[in-house]
Design a protein around this ligand. Structure first.
Ligand code: PXP
Length: 245
């Protein structure tokens, strides 16, 4: 089980003042050294947190572990990805007015467009994942358009108001993970995961990677980023009953 640390919200704090600190690239180095297995960032169309210059710097500095670029499936983002060459692109839906990525990408309705889009990224040596709701049709469509992996959106699980709802959402995630792996996709998950809700998701064997941002960065205010990353990794490894190294 790998932990991808999403560093966007370090840049959110910086952009609140349009200044130079805190630096998300410095955050990426600290997260890497604390045991992150991947650095994830989302270059949004409105550049509300990560800026183009951060992306350039990240590619130079982060070489030992993979760099995962979350982006909308637009021509602008595709050309940036092909130039920067992250190890992976995760295709996400994007609406300007949303606070965060609400819901998964509707791969089913974009099949023809995504087929060509993904083909071009893969021809440039970039692995591609689609960020989707835990839904069989979206998983089938992701395989059809040539994705290497799906990242299952865990937002509904994280936001569940009752225990019953939470269990139902966890079951959807588990069944989707099983199905996706069976048909040959790699399975990742993320969104809204925290120290208190991560373990049931981390225990799902078919999931090989979690991408977690807001909660780690929020807790880093009190714990420091190094400790905030280590604590998440420890909880994930405990849930997998893997030895924590
Ligand atoms: N995975 C994807 C594809 C995302 O878009 C996000 C949010 O940017 C995350 C994971 C991380 O979500 P959170 O910040 O809620 O941990």
């Amino acid at each position: 089980m790998r932990l991808g640390v999403n560093i966007d919200h370090i840049a959110t704090v910086r952009e609140a003042r349009k200044t130079f600190e805190p630096d998300p690239v410095k955050g990426a180095i600290i997260a890497r050294d604390a045991g992150a297995d991947q650095i994830t960032f989302h270059l949004r169309e409105d550049r509300r947190h990560i800026q183009d210059r951060d992306v350039e710097k990240l590619r130079v500095v982060i070489t030992e572990i993979p760099l995962n670029m979350e982006m909308a499936a637009t021509e602008e983002m595709k050309s940036i990805a092909i130039r920067i060459k992250p190890d992976r692109v995760t295709l996400v839906p994007e609406k300007r007015e949303e606070i965060t990525t609400e819901g998964g990408l509707d791969v089913v309705s974009m099949k023809d467009y995504l087929k060509n889009f993904i083909k071009e990224l893969k021809e440039n040596g970039i692995n591609v994942a689609t960020f989707i709701d835990p839904d069989k049709q979206q998983i089938d469509a992701s395989l059809e358009v040539g994705a290497d992996a799906v990242e299952i959106h865990t937002g509904e699980y994280a936001n569940a108001k009752t225990e019953e709802e939470r269990k139902k959402e966890l079951m959807r995630i588990r069944e989707s993970a099983r199905y996706g792996k069976e048909i040959g996709l790699k399975i990742f998950a993320g969104h809204g995961l925290t120290y208190t809700n991560v373990q049931p998701v981390a225990a799902i064997e078919e999931i090989e990677e979690l991408n977690i941002g807001h909660s780690i960065i929020a807790n880093s205010i009190f714990l420091g980023l190094d400790e905030a990353v280590r604590k998440m990794k420890k909880l994930i490894m405990e849930a997998r009953k893997e030895e924590y190294l």
